[in-house]
Design a protein around this ligand. Structure first.
Ligand code: GLU
Length: 479
């Protein structure tokens, strides 16, 4: 058999891509690309109750926009498909029969009411709910008769009752879980659909997955999975469970969609480069202190050996810091292209591409997320909102003299360019004696609405002569 590494991302499409799922997808992707292996996307959609319309398209779109691509999956196919579990239900049945024949699983006829009673009794005794095994030892004859009589049933895993399951995890090393903590898990539901555990193991085997890289919340499922591998006589994949993601207060990362959905971060103007870089560092670090990595550098440096055991804190301040780094670092044309979407959303239209670039160049020094660019640009497109304090600045004698001087000179100028603006700035100092903080803030407030912001030549260039004159005039009290 080939030694090719095969890893998979196996999401259950529940509506949006959680940052934790992005991390799982990314680490699998990086490992596949690093080792020259294959990266497979398998959609685990057997739980019809959790099915959310458009969730798969949404997921694919988000991963695509982050440049995470697959070698096999629903979009590009592959020799181990189909890659939707809901299209593989026929495959699982024969494995269930095999497990029953091997006494590794059994049909269970307990009804919802039976289970409810069981749950209540266990609760009274202060126990966590677990199946008490009452159908474990039904004779084959009885079970077959009840099935033939049309009684509804599920199939459960017959896990050992004593001892413990010991295995090696690439992050946690040796792990032991007592079998008594492992429930007789349902493998096949009464509607004939497999549960996650069965479908996941069968598919990992059939799809020749060599490494299972996923979140720590699945660690406690490993005994069930290894039990299945063993019952089938299959070689298990290597296990690699990624550390939990935590809020800053060390609690488990919030599940509120707005806080953790990758698409929401993108909509808020976090750059895809930032998200990839930031998420890559949630549980992995290379040697040294390097923090800024593009995707290719990550592929080069990534290794499963350097995954952390302890939980990774999702630090919003760090995410913001990193986004600023990328806003500075990325090519101006690229940022301008992306900024356009935010302008369009706000209904702002800039005639000249150079203006867009000028604006973005200034804005990116000051904003944290790209969506802030529309607020930054608003003074060019909407009426100015000048604060009372700033109005006071405009009303001083100095400011009034200054504004009149600029109005007259711009009115009479043939061309308004950087040269002229610089000359006027100098002349304001020489002829009017107005300099520094008495010069720039009043002009900016009159033209842009705020004392700080883009350079005056940029503001004037973007506004154009007519608007400049209108705005200056508006602030001059007596003409
Ligand atoms: N479908 C599971 C999930 O939604 C996959 C877990 C695994 O990778 O085995 O996370």
């Amino acid at each position: 058999m080939s030694n090719e590494i095969r890893v998979r991302f196996a999401p259950s499409p529940t509506g949006y891509l959680h940052v934790g799922s992005l991390r799982t997808a990314l680490y699998n992707y990086l490992y596949a690309r690093k080792t020259g292996g294959k990266f497979i996307l398998r959609i685990e959609d057997t739980d019809q109750n959790r099915f959310v319309k458009d969730a798969v398209e949404n997921l694919l779109k988000t991963l695509q926009s982050l440049n995470i691509d697959f070698d096999e999956g629903p979009q590009n196919g592959g020799e181990f498909g189909p890659y939707f579990q809901s299209e593989r239900t026929d495959i699982y049945r024969k494995y269930v029969d095999e497990l029953i024949a091997k006494d590794a699983a059994y049909p269970c006829f307990c009804t919802k009411e039976d289970l409810q009673k069981m749950r209540e009794q266990q609760k009274k005794r202060g126990e966590d709910f677990h199946y008490d095994g009452r159908c474990r030892d039904l004779s084959t004859k009885e079970a077959e008769e009840r099935i033939a009589n049309g009684e509804k049933y599920v199939v459960r895993l017959k896990v050992p009752k004593n001892g413990e399951c010991t295995f090696y995890d690439l992050v946690r090393d040796k792990v032991s879980i007592p079998w008594k903590m492992v429930d007789d898990q349902v493998l096949l539901k009464s509607d004939g659909f497999p549960t996650y555990h069965l479908a996941n193991v069968v598919d990992d085997h059939l799809m020749r997955i060599t490494h299972v890289i996923r979140g720590e919340e699945w660690l406690s499922s490993v005994p069930k999975h290894l039990f299945l591998y063993d019952a089938f006589g299959w070689k298990p994949s290597k296990m690699c469970h990624l550390p939990l993601l935590l809020n800053s207060d060390k609690s488990k990362l919030s599940k509120r969609q707005g806080d953790v959905a990758v698409e929401d971060f993108l909509k808020k103007g976090y750059l895809k480069e930032t998200l990839i870089n930031f998420v890559a560092l949630l549980g992995w670090h290379a040697k040294g202190n390097k923090e800024i990595y593009d995707l290719n550098e990550l592929i080069k440096d990534f290794s499963l050996k350097r995954l952390n055991k302890s939980g990774a804190v999702f630090d919003l301040d760090k995410l913001n810091w990193m986004n600023k780094q990328y806003l500075h670092k990325l090519d101006i044309d690229e940022i301008a292209k992306r900024a356009k979407t935010f302008f369009q959303e706000a209904g702002y239209h800039l005639e000249k591409t150079e203006h867009l670039k000028e604006l973005v160049e200034v804005a990116r020094q000051r904003i944290t997320t790209l969506d802030e660019i529309s607020a930054f640009a608003a003074p060019f497109f909407k009426g100015l909102e000048i604060s009372e304090n700033d109005r006071k600045i405009l009303r001083t004698d100095n400011s009034q003299i200054l504004l009149k001087f600029w109005l007259e000179n711009i009115q009479s100028a043939k061309t308004i360019d950087e040269n002229l603006i610089n000359k006027l700035l100098k002349r304001s100092g020489k002829e009017l004696g107005i300099k520094g903080k008495h010069l720039y803030p009043p002009l900016r407030i009159a033209l842009y609405g705020k004392p700080h912001g883009p350079e005056l030549p940029t503001i004037i260039d973007i506004l154009g002569k007519e608007k400049v004159l209108q705005r200056l005039e508006k602030q001059i009290k007596e003409k």
